[in-house]
Design a protein around this ligand. Structure first.
Ligand code: CA
Length: 226
């Protein structure tokens, strides 16, 4: 994933004054904010837009925070922080059970809100995953899976796979791979690329089907789902 604009925070809060205060605080931190003042609108924005974090009030007219949380969780793993005026343990547990990542009890200090927002954004970033067919690469965690099975890769194998997946569908020359994965200073033979592609195929392709790593004769390699 390339560098993106500032993270987008969805604030679902029916009390406009509170929504506005939160919006100002978040904007002051350089974050982008969109506000929904009811549950249905919040749900729609959460599902339709590329939101990085949802601050979700619990008590909302119509569809409440819990329902919004459950609905979003069915399809997206966007971090969700529940804002609740309730201080009972039962409600917090219900929120976390519904898939929320965290909760803040109102009234809250600005510093606490911002600290939790930052933590949730970091957590969300670590969930970013690249997918090609049933191959999943999670760069922040340096983990890869095929057909939901973890792949045991060495550091170099992971770097190579990450590079191939980042440029999926694009034919990459041995020189380009060597420069990007081994670095321009590497003065070994370009056939080190072929050797490592062979290692990767043993782990990523051979136990599974169909193969994802393809040789382009005379050029190099491409990772794609045919
Ligand atoms: Ca409310």
């Amino acid at each position: 994933m390339e560098q993106t604009a500032s993270p987008l925070i969805l604030v679902v809060e029916d009390e406009r004054r509170i929504a506005r205060i939160i919006e100002l605080e978040l904007m002051h931190e350089g974050l982008s904010v969109v506000i929904a003042t009811d549950g249905q609108t919040g749900e729609r924005i959460a599902l339709e837009r590329d939101v990085d974090l949802i601050l979700l009030d619990w008590m909302l007219p119509g569809m409440d925070g819990l329902q919004v949380c459950k609905s979003v969780r069915k399809v997206k793993n966007t971090p969700i922080i529940i804002l609740t005026a309730k201080d009972s343990t039962g409600d917090k547990v219900a929120g976390l059970d519904a898939g929320a990542d965290d909760y803040i009890t109102k009234p809250f200090e600005t510093e606490e809100l911002l600290a939790r927002v930052r933590a949730a954004l970091r957590k969300g970033k670590s969930r970013e995953e690249l997918r090609v067919g049933d191959l999943i690469v999670i760069p922040e965690q340096r983990r890869a899976y095929r057909a939901l099975k973890p792949l045991e890769l060495t550091t170099r194998e992971f770097d190579l796979l990450h590079y191939l997946v980042r440029h999926a569908d694009k034919v990459l020359s041995r020189d380009a791979i060597l420069a990007q994965v081994w670095g321009y200073e590497f003065d070994g033979e370009t056939n080190v690329v072929d050797v490592y592609i062979r290692y990767l195929r043993l782990k990523v392709d051979e136990p599974f089907s169909p193969p994802l790593i393809h040789t382009i004769r005379g050029v190099g390699y491409v990772l794609r789902k045919l």
